[in-house]
Design a binder for this molecule. Structure first.
Ligand SMILES: Nc1ncnc2c1ncn2[C@@H]1O[C@H](COP(=O)(O)OP(=O)(O)O)[C@@H](O)[C@H]1O
Ligand SMILES: [Mg+2]
Length: 426
């Protein structure tokens, strides 16, 4: 047998493909996908074993800083146990080591004993107690470019647990939105039609935007915020710009579309002559039923001022739920305070007092007061060194609370309660 190990050439693709197919047919569970392997053949490092002009094995690696990874390593069944594997590994190492690698690594499924033997012979050590985890990033290449164009993105996966307090709202969104949307088959079994569009309303700073993003994060769906008033730059006009945006969104499998402060464009119509924004309102009214036709998507609109919305906007059939997001209760305020007070300072702070003194504060007001207190304590620590240096004190927080103006006035609270009576739909 005349064995030759040589560099991979572009013409070897079919042979590598064949090795991959045969390896898979014999139970090889690949960690790296075929596309990754072929990309590494082209751009990284690959060697093939040739016997009588036939490719019988290959090893493919990629360098990542100081550690190299073998992304594919296989020899045809009938050529095994002849040292070909070892030769491939040492040839690959010889090419990759000069890049400054200190380690060459490979992942091997537990079931592949034979492969482990070959690696052992080539000097690889089995590092036990490692488990392999992976997560599919739920966006395709095509979707990525649409998202980029629309300014959309996948949000961090932990926004939902990061919402402090608001247990009632959270539980209700979890049940009404997340449950049927994340398990469509289960919803169907019970005849539940998953929601397609909802309204969040409530005074400013209560967390409507935060909730919209958290729902997208919770569902692992990309988040696209549409700014109708900013589509003005579109040469065909606002309404056409909005329509184009919704057409692009059609190509996404899953998405949460968010329109904030929707009262800006969907305020009561009327007035002569009609303004440019009225055209946008009409367009949006037409787009929502179309948007609702396809599953796997959710439109969330938010407003601080629901009573200003055009009646047609809230008419049945456009929105599944009209959900109030109100001021945080005692428990929620406590969680929100805990979030913003540095953890080492918490033990010295009279949390109960802060919670009591911030009745009527929105989460945004609490955040503002907390930042103010931190700034005050920092300045004191640096400029008057006699002050205790271990973070903001209750005093700092109480002063900051005194200097924070509540965003939501008692009148607004009153109106909000009326709006819940008249317009909420849960
Ligand atoms: N439940 C919450 N826990 C912690 N921070 C919150 C919470 N709700 C809102 N915030 C913070 O308050 C600020 C205002 O919230 P936002 O969602 O923009 O309110 P809205 O959209 O209702 O005006 C944001 O900085 C947000 O991070
Ligand atoms: Mg907002």
């Amino acid at each position: 047998m005349s064995l030759r190990i040589r560099e991979y050439h572009p013409g070897d693709t079919d042979a590598v493909l064949d090795l991959w197919n045969r390896a898979k047919a014999s139970g090889y569970e690949p960690v790296y996908g075929l596309a990754e392997i072929l990309a590494s053949c082209e751009k990284d490092h690959a060697v093939v074993a040739v016997v009588d002009n036939k490719i019988v094995g290959a090893a493919v690696g990629r360098a990542a800083h100081e550690q190299g990874w073998i992304v594919f390593f296989s020899t045809l069944e009938e050529y095994r146990r002849q040292g070909i594997g070892s030769s491939l590994l040492s040839a690959l190492e010889a090419r990759m080591a000069p890049l400054g690698l200190t380690k060459l690594s490979i992942l091997v499924p537990d079931s592949q004993e034979e492969r482990k033997t070959v690696l052992g012979r080539a000097g690889f050590v089995d590092r036990n107690h490692l488990s392999y985890f992976e997560r599919e990033i739920p966006v395709s290449e095509k979707e990525r470019s649409i998202l980029q164009e629309l300014g959309g993105r996948l949000l961090p996966t932990d926004l939902w647990p990061a919402i402090a307090g608001m247990q009632g709202e959270k539980e209700m969104l979890e049940r009404r939105l997340v449950l049927p949307l994340s398990d469509g088959a289960l919803a169907e079994k019970y005849g539940v039609e998953p929601p397609r569009s909802i309204v969040l309303f409530g005074p400013p700073g209560t967390g409507k935007t935060t909730f919209a993003k958290a729902v997208a994060s919770r569902l692992h769906w990309p988040f696209v915020e549409v700014f109708p008033a900013r589509l003005a730059g579109d040469a065909k006009g606002l309404a056409a710009g909005l329509r184009d945006t919704f057409t692009r969104i059609e190509d996404l499998d899953n998405v949460v579309v968010f329109i904030d402060e929707v009262e800006e464009i969907a305020a009561q119509r009327g007035g002569e002559p009609p303004t440019a924004l009225q055209g946008v309102t009409n367009e949006l009214l037409k787009l929502i039923p179309m948007f609702r036709e396809r599953p796997g998507r959710l439109l969330i609109v938010a407003t601080n001022f629901i009573r200003a919305l055009d009646d047609a906007f809230l008419r049945h059939g456009r929105f599944d739920y009209v959900i109030p997001i109100g001021l945080p209760d005692t428990g929620a305020r406590e969680s929100i305070w805990t979030r913003y007070i540095p953890s080492h300072a918490l033990k010295n702070v009279d949390l109960k007092e802060l919670v009591k003194r911030t009745e009527g504060f929105s989460p945004a007001d609490i955040e503002f007061a907390a930042r103010k207190a931190s700034q005050r304590a920092l300045e004191a620590a640096v400029y008057s060194p006699e002050s205790p240096p271990d973070g903001p004190s209750t005093e700092d927080y109480l002063v900051a609370i005194g200097e924070t103006r509540m965003t939501v006035s008692p009148e607004m609270v009153g109106q909000f309660l009326e709006d819940i009576e008249a317009l909420a739909r849960l």
